[in-house]
Design a protein around this ligand. Structure first.
Ligand SMILES: [Zn+2]
Length: 711
């Protein structure tokens, strides 16, 4: 009997596969009866696509199979101990005119005991075609239930983004806010993140892992169910894509796009699709379970430290000098009056910030190496740690004595030319340096050793997990073309062996956030101000990897020159958000341009919050971030996050300080103690039989310790 589609499933999930093309045409959540595939658009590839030059190959159409039966997808199934293995084999591929000698074998594993699919693809490039990209799996037209408008997408861009109704949100044209500061020209997007269709007519939201993509999973959910889409294997350099045609043809298109750029065979393995009941935390739990990360041996001071003061105002890109090394003692005193114990120095090296990379030697205009060492000694004597800025990606091409070094260690594109990029001043051009070239890795390690020898206690490695990874086709670097992240991992592992003058491990903060580097660094800078008005949601990474520490920038409300007004307006929100999610405060202290000393009111508030956080880190050790898990109800004006340790629950909250707020937990509990940034008698318990209501009045933020009681 002819069957146009074959169904496979268990009690949780069922899929239907087209018997000619091998596409997944149904994805049924059997727990609630919802087929998630609401639309199967035919203007774009589905299931997979292989880009050979400008030709895009995908599943065969019926007419192609009639003419050449060899193009038909061969589908078979094998019963395994714990599930069913579905094999889909394409012996040849075609674009409708030419037949390509490429064999594609897809395996979909369907475990017996869960609503999960594990997909892998093996591509035999028998014809030796020049393959650019491979996209797999492509699952089209997804939304949950009857209405796409109440769906929410969480996506791991720079720790996390949250988009309510992504179908319409992605179609919305963002507003552009332009901002000038020194030589820099910034454009910020508000109320939108895409807004422009690509050649396929899609609004495409994506970024490279890793890259600004912090983890390899995302999740779409509503009140009745959800779908997890993740990759549980590295697979080289990949892009996580969440696309949509927008409200004219609703549905999300999920895929992973691997950068191939060669003529050999390749694979893309272990993509996991899982259905759940509608809580994105379930998605995070799936990903975490598949990615156990080793714990890092950290400097003893690190967990007690809660903030740093960043000085980018030694030598700016344009040569302007604000501070010299002889100012370090006064900067140490200034840090203390900010209630911080950690300084970050940028623009300290030859020719300054965004200019003299990679000449990581004390700039002579700022003083001598001895002056720098003397300043660092003053910091150490006063219990203040000092980290140094090092850019891990770029080298200024102006340095004649580095011409050979740059030529030997730059990223080489497929056409054999080096990769070049620019920042700020348009007359300065930087070579992108290959993360996997030994020469570049060694130069970075030498720079770290140099500052540590002078007395630094740590480094901030700029761009490391924020700028996109590059394929490098150098014949001399001795690495695979997609080894970018391996290079940085290797460099970080070696940097972790470097000890400070007092014999402790150095502290390492990187720009961006990635689970590939999470166990090799102490902090990851997530810069949520960039997407403050378009979905920033660091809770996504924070909950997925609660043991790792995120770092985020906070800004004053007044006299902020470096960032636009809409950022300044959210000053208190950013302080509160970093507080409740227990994110390390990155406090800029740039004279005139960006300093809390220019805004006494916010300075007062920030100092109180830092004090509260220090108290928290001293007293409550070993609590694990659980986001909002445990909250049954709360007032709208209240933000609260829960942390657990055995039968103790620590709540960090922030409110507007004007409203009396209520919080109800899902478990009965006893109030042990509380600490508030402002006010003393502002938290109390309202005992109702078997329940715990907490009332919070007139305090803008604080912590509450509860002991869970047995039901
Ligand atoms: Zn290379």
């Amino acid at each position: 009997m002819f069957k146009s589609r074959k169904r496979f499933g268990n009690e949780y999930i069922s899929i239907a596969i087209d018997t000619t093309s091998g596409e997944i045409l149904e994805l049924l959540n059997k727990q609630n009866g919802d087929n998630l595939i609401k639309s199967t658009p035919f203007s774009i590839p589905s299931m997979f696509s292989i880009l050979v030059g400008s030709v895009r190959l995908s599943v065969p159409k019926l007419v192609m199979v009639r003419n050449n039966p060899d193009l038909r997808a061969q589908i078979s199934e094998v019963k395994r101990d714990n599930g069913t293995e579905i094999n889909i084999i394409y012996n040849k591929l075609s674009d409708g005119t030419t037949v390509y000698d490429i064999q594609l074998a897809i395996i979909i594993f369907l475990p017996d005991d869960s609503g999960k699919l594990i997909l892998s693809a093996d591509v035999k490039n028998n014809g030796g075609y020049d393959v650019e990209k491979f996209c797999f799996p492509i699952i089209s037209g997804i939304y949950l239930g009857e209405n796409y408008k109440n769906d929410t997408l969480v996506y791991p861009y720079n720790s996390g983004m949250k988009f309510h109704n992504p179908v319409e949100y992605f179609a919305k044209k963002p507003k552009s806010i332009f901002w000038r500061w020194q030589e820099y020209r910034y454009c910020y997007h508000m109320d939108g993140c895409c807004g422009v269709k690509n050649a396929d007519g899609l609004y495409s939201y994506s970024s490279l892992y890793s890259g600004a993509t912090s983890m390899a999973w995302f999740d779409l959910y509503d009140d009745n169910g959800g779908i997890y889409f993740g990759m549980h294997e590295r697979n080289g350099i990949c892009r996580l894509k969440a696309d949509t045609f927008g409200p004219d043809s609703p549905g999300m298109i999920f895929s992973i796009e691997k950068t191939v750029e060669n003529i050999e065979s390749f694979c893309l393995n272990n993509v996991v699709i899982a259905l759940h009941e509608g809580d994105w935390h379930d998605g995070a739990d799936i990903y975490r379970a598949a990615h156990e990360i080793e714990e890092l041996k950290e400097p003893t001071w690190w967990n007690k430290s809660v903030s740093l003061a960043a000085h980018y105002d030694f030598k700016y890109q344009n040569g302007g000098i604000v501070h010299r090394f002889s100012d370090i003692p006064s900067l140490v005193e200034q840090a203390k009056s900010l209630n911080t114990d950690h300084l970050l120095f940028s623009g300290w090296h030859t020719d300054g910030f965004d200019n003299g990379f990679p000449e990581y030697y004390a700039d002579k205009d700022l003083g001598s190496e001895q002056d720098l060492a003397t300043g660092l000694k003053y910091a150490a004597d006063n219990g203040v740690k000092v980290s140094f800025y090092i850019n891990t990606r770029i080298a200024n091409r102006k340095f004649e004595h580095l011409t050979e070094f740059i030529k030997d260690n730059a990223v080489i594109k497929r056409d054999g030319t080096p990769e070049v990029e620019g920042y700020g001043d348009a007359t300065i051009s930087f070579a992108t340096m290959c993360a996997s070239s030994e020469g570049w890795k060694n130069r970075l390690l030498q720079a770290i050793e140099y500052v540590v020898d002078l007395g630094a206690t740590g480094v901030y490695l700029d761009q490391l997990a924020m700028a996109p990874p590059k394929t490098c086709h150098s014949k001399d670097h001795n690495h695979r073309s997609d080894d970018w992240c391996e290079g940085y991992k290797d460099m970080l592992a070696k940097a972790n062996k470097i000890k400070t003058k007092s014999g402790e491990p150095i502290s390492i903060i990187i720009e961006g956030c990635s689970d590939l580097f999470g166990s090799l660094v102490n902090g990851s800078l997530v810069s949520t101000f960039i997407s403050l008005h378009s979905g920033a949601f660091p809770e996504l990474y924070r909950y997925t990897f609660p043991k790792q520490r995120l770092v985020d920038m906070v800004y004053p409300k007044n006299n902020l020159a470096m960032r636009p007004v809409h950022v300044a307006q959210r000053s208190s929100d950013m302080i509160n958000k970093s507080f409740v999610t227990d994110i390390y405060f990155w406090v800029y202290d740039l004279e005139e341009d960006n300093s809390f000393f220019e805004d006494p009111e916010q300075l007062g508030y920030l100092k109180k919050v830092i004090e509260l956080k220090k108290n928290w880190h001293q007293k409550y050790v070993g609590f694990v971030f659980a986001d909002e898990k445990g909250i049954s109800e709360k007032s709208e004006e209240l933000t609260a996050k829960f942390y657990y340790k055995d039968d103790l629950c620590l709540i960090a909250y922030a409110s507007d300080g004007k409203t009396v707020c209520d919080l109800k937990t899902i478990f009965p509990a006893e109030l042990i103690e509380f600490n508030c940034a402002e006010g003393v008698d502002s938290v109390y318990e309202e005992l109702v039989p078997d329940l715990c209501y907490i009332k919070i009045a007139y305090s803008r933020c604080g912590t509450i310790l509860l002991k869970k009681l047995k039901n």
